[in-house]
Design a protein around this ligand. Sequence first.
Ligand code: PLP
Length: 367
Amino acid sequence: MMNRRHFLSAFGTAALASSAIPAWSQYLIPEGQVRLVFNENPYGPSPKAIAEVQKILSLSAYYPDSPYDYPIRDDLFDAIAADNELSHDNLFVSSGSNEGLQAALMAYGRTGSVMTPALTYDAHLGYAEALGVTVLRVPLRSDLQVDLDAMEAMIDESVAVVYLANPNNPTGLPIDAERLRAFCRSLGPKALVIVDEAYNELTDDPESDTMVDLVREGENVLVTRTFSKIFGMAGMRVGYGMARPDIISNTFKHIMAWPNGVGLTAAYHSYIDQDFINFSRDKVREGRAMVQKTLADVGLTPVPSQTNFVFVDAGRDAMTIRRAMAEEGVLINAGYEGYPDYLRISMGKLEDLKTFDRVFKRVMART
Ligand SMILES: Cc1ncc(COP(=O)(O)O)c(C=O)c1O
């Protein structure tokens, strides 16, 4: 799967280069560009979070803790712990959930290999491989579901960690919660099971889909979450992990010394902003239905997503479509190993999805 940096250098730079925007400002979206490529959520951050951040920006000269306590992080921990019936020693914060995932692989990957679905979110897996960790990739089932039976059959003492994203990226499919619970319980004695719940809050039933009850029961499970998706704060880089205290402290040793105080402030004020959360979820769902309709209009059948992106078999070379879309300023994703015909379209603002509808229909008619 192509990562963000490579994607921008391969396709997204034409407009940047022609308008002579310096490379460091690639965050700025060139006029007219529609960016449906990185599973971002343009409806965030919460206006209350932005207002709170503005109040503390001038304090950014200081590290985000005092000599005696950690007020910003503790407020966030109090809120997360209360919601999940956990305590502070069940939690870590990280620079995006990706840092937490990397840290867990650094902590546990040294003692054995990492098993994961062949098609999944993989930034942290590449990092583990660069450190010399063996990553075992288990193909998805033909219905694109994670093959828990095959993973269970393959597990042996050489495997130290199993990584699953639930719902999975890029398919958008959740894993059946009861089956996943049984899987975590049976594998737990042999390996740490990391359940990446980056999109949990966008599923149809977040409370029954989460594996956080296994954390409360003391199972060998690490659940990660992020402020990048429903909270629309991808640029602020805040994620968190929930696990038994020993898993938290092993993982935390590999997390950078200080979190981002501005990000933590925004995270806390987003987390308690229920109006914003509802608004964000509604907009993502509305956008998802629009994208699904566009795909259906051209005769495609999207995979039923419970996330802020849609995966679809375009029935022809997806890279050709992606390139043709990019030439018209609409960035979408493709290039998934083993799935050359599949596209992934992330949510954008509703007006951007109208542009997607227009351009996609034109491109499909001529490719
Ligand atoms: C399944 C999954 N996990 C984790 C991440 C990383 O998110 P972040 O580091 O912004 O929390 C992503 C990003 O797209 C993702 O799709």
